[in-house]
Design a protein around this ligand. Structure first.
Ligand code: NCD
Length: 374
């Protein structure tokens, strides 16, 4: 197990495989219910999660923030108070305990209606919101946008309004139109949760990334996090940077100048234009997808020579701290921004752990926004 300077403050403690301690976990560490159902290919990852179950299951439901859960919607990280953020991370760890034991979670959202309305493609986010709502007992509808009246010319607002009229309590919306989420928040009588809006925000991705880092290193406070690649077109980079800073991390943007945000944006975040400079002393190296679809016509040129200079590999990860870990929100473009062997290396990569945390973090967000922790 890798030595860490920080005392873990989260559910998994320092016995946790999420802290690297589960590397040698045997199949017998799996709860009975899981042993038969987990496919061999997933064994390693699942074993790590499963053997943390003992520690995580002891984690009590956290009390809501002293003055109550403040956020009434979740469109950007700044909708959350510091108390909200701490509560959501603790609540996610509480729910992670249920998932790791394959135990049913309390049906706190029974009778509530959740609508997933994704006008852009999604695998992880859409499915993990669906699973999160179902685990908590909500009635969940995933709108098949491709087969909806959007293709008959109905506006996004009208589509959302129609669905809200069916009695939605919460609507999970992904769309690139600027301002759409705020318009919906103003017009609809349900909670609006942003599942990604163009290149601006993706707050639940930032929360699940923070939960993943906390499980690995105990805290984000004082940790150095290098966010690498196509920052300019990434909503994940923006939400991550905002949230990680609030949790006390040192955040750096690393990449070529043409993939950096405008100079007047994120002025409090340092920028490095080489991996040698940007990864020096980093605990976490966060790769980002080259978001060609947001780049316009000359998008493919942006990737020319990129891997040679900025590709994340076992070799380039040596520029970071010896115990550094790699993360990526997915979907990955192997060989474009990250080497497949590094992404798949369970000793260095937290990528599947990020996916795992997507479910409990989204359970926490749905629960907090709909019940306010009461
Ligand atoms: C990202 C997204 O869609 O914002 N992925 C995700 O939600 N996990 C990142 C991307 O599109 O590259």
């Amino acid at each position: 197990m890798t030595a860490h300077n920080h005392t873990p403050s989260v559910a998994f403690g320092d016995t946790s495989p999420m802290n690297g301690g589960g590397k040698n976990a045997s199949a017998s560490a799996l709860p009975e219910a899981r042993r038969d159902t987990i496919k061999p290919a997933l064994m390693t990852t699942s074993q790590r999660f499963a053997s943390a179950a003992g520690a995580a299951s002891a984690r009590q439901r956290p009390a809501p923030p002293l003055r109550g859960f403040a956020a009434r919607r979740l469109i950007g990280v700044d909708d959350l108070s510091d108390g909200d953020i701490a509560y959501l991370l603790d609540l996610a760890d509480h729910y992670a305990g249920y998932l790791m034991r394959a135990a049913p979670a309390p049906r706190r959202l029974a009778g509530k209606t959740q609508i997933n309305l994704f006008f852009e493609d999604s695998t992880r986010t859409n499915m993990s919101f669906e699973l999160a709502g179902k685990k908590l007992g909500a009635d969940v509808i995933v709108v098949p946008v491709g087969a909806s009246s959007v293709h008959k010319g109905e506006s996004y607002i009208d589509t959302a309004q129609t669905l809200a009229a069916m009695g939605a309590d919460i609507m999970i919306v992904r769309a690139k139109q600027p301002g759409l989420h705020h318009d919906l928040d103003a017009r609809l009588n349900c909670v609006i949760l942003n599942a990604g809006d163009g290149a601006r925000e993706h707050p639940t991705q930032a929360l699940l990334d923070a939960a993943t880092i906390r499980a690995q290193f105990g805290t984000l406070n004082g940790r150095v996090i290098a966010i690498c690649g196509d920052i300019r077109h990434s909503r994940v980079a923006g939400s991550d940077a905002r949230l990680f800073k609030r949790l006390g991390a040192e955040v750096r943007f690393v990449g070529p100048r043409h993939l950096m945000p405008e100079d007047d944006q994120f002025t409090d975040i340092s920028r490095a234009h080489s991996l040698a400079e940007g990864l020096d002393g980093a605990d976490i190296v966060m790769g980002l997808r080259m978001q060609f679809e947001r780049m316009g016509e000359d998008g493919r040129d942006a990737a020319r020579g990129y891997f040679e200079e900025f590709g994340l590999t076992h070799e380039t990860l040596k520029l970071a701290r010896p115990d550094a870990r790699i993360m990526h929100p997915g979907p990955m473009n192997r060989g474009v921004e990250i080497d497949g062997a590094l992404a798949d290396d369970p000793d260095r990569s937290l990528i599947l752990r990020q996916v795992f945390y997507g479910v409990p973090i989204r359970m926490a967000c749905l629960d907090a926004l709909l019940t306010r922790g009461e």
